[in-house]
Write a protein that binds this ligand. Structure first.
Ligand code: GDP
Ligand code: CA
Length: 317
């Protein structure tokens, strides 16, 4: 079993690559749920949906999120009722939130609901929320405190982030499904997702770090920062404003002690010696996933790096 830790778009692409390179049943994706929020009485889980739609082959290729070919009639009507519609929900996407919310209301866990939705869409990999408890990211910005989607979507991640907290995280726990997946893992992959607000919440779930540390498998991270920049979104500016530095090295430092392998882009090759000093074996590769071929190839090279660590006795099969 390969366990991938993922946020939204960047994580979903590599998870998809893994599910193409390996038998999809052998891939488990543990997904950030600190972006989750409630809107119009519905529970929305943006990162879970991005991973689910991507693995199901229905994601919108232009945006990376939402469903390909979706329409927005419901949102137009919601707008006529005078409600704000800055969070774009397509008609088909809306169905996901309606069904998810109804199952949660009946008392099912988010883990069970996600398994049910993924099964219906024909996803053969396992997609697991990091925890079943509701956690929400709150950002301290130069414009005051902002809820995650308010910052990310409504304010187009323009405000400068000075601090990040995860409300509710104290009572969150890694689910049994996550713990047993990590128990069975031969390799753990930290996908190229935002290290602060996508991988960060997963690692902040009390008990998650300990579970990862107790997991004998090698752990390998793929940098979401390429040539000092995020390919999309605010990861570069966040790394800078929080003092980590917007570089592959800044990302590697955040994972020091947790991962033994690091994949960085050819553009960042100059950082290789510095990352090696952190105790990581480094693979320099083309990490920009433009199409399915790139996704599968980056997955293959990442898995190979993991296997090379096993061969050197770092992490057990
Ligand atoms: P979000 O939840 O949709 O914001 O997505 P994630 O947190 O999973 O991913 C955001 C990060 O993914 C950004 O920092 C991007 O630079 C990174 N990313 C997106 N596509 C790629 C890619 O093809 N290669 C790499 N290396 N990083 C990527
Ligand atoms: Ca996200």
């Amino acid at each position: 079993m390969i366990v991938a830790l993922a946020g939204g778009v960047g994580g979903a692409k590599l998870a998809h690559g893994l599910a193409m390179y390996l038998p999809p049943e052998e891939v488990t994706v543990v997904v950030n749920t600190a972006d989750d929020f409630n809107l119009y009485g519905l529970r929305i889980c943006p990162d879970l949906d991005t991973v689910m739609y991507t693995l199901a082959g229905v994601a919108n290729p232009e945006t990376g999120w939402g469903i390909a070919g979706d329409t927005f009639a419901a949102l137009e009507m919601i707008s006529r009722y005078g409600r704000s519609t800055w969070f774009r929900i397509g008609d088909r996407d809306l169905a996901t939130h309606v069904i998810r919310t109804s199952m949660l209301t009946q008392g099912m866990t988010l883990t069970a609901v996600t398994g049910d939705l993924c099964g219906a869409l024909g996803v053969r990999s396992r997609v697991l929320p990091m925890s079943d408890e509701f956690v929400s990211t709150v950002l301290d910005t130069n414009d005051g405190e902002l809820e995650f989607q308010e910052y990310f979507v409504r304010r187009r991640h323009e405000p400068e982030v000075r601090g990040v907290s995860f409300r509710g995280i104290e009572v969150a726990r890694p689910t049994d499904a996550v713990v047993s997946a990590l128990h069975e893992a031969e390799l753990v992959v930290f996908c190229p997702s935002n290290p602060i607000v996508s991988i960060g919440p997963i690692l902040s779930v009390p008990g998650m770090r300990e579970t990862l540390e107790a997991c004998a498998a090698p752990k390998v991270a793929v940098s979401p920062i390429v040539g000092g920049r995020a390919l999309r979104g605010p990861a570069d500016r966040m790394l800078d404003s929080l003092g980590h530095g917007s570089s592959a090295l800044g990302v590697a430092r955040l994972y020091e002690g947790l991962v033994q392998g690091f994949v960085m882009d050819a553009e960042d090759a100059a950082y290789e010696p510095d990352v090696r000093v952190l105790g990581m074996r480094v693979l320099v590769a083309d990490t920009v996933m433009r199409d399915d071929v790139d996704r599968r190839e980056l997955a293959r090279r990442t898995v190979e790096l993991g296997r090379s660590l096993v061969e050197s006795g770092i992490g057990a099969e």
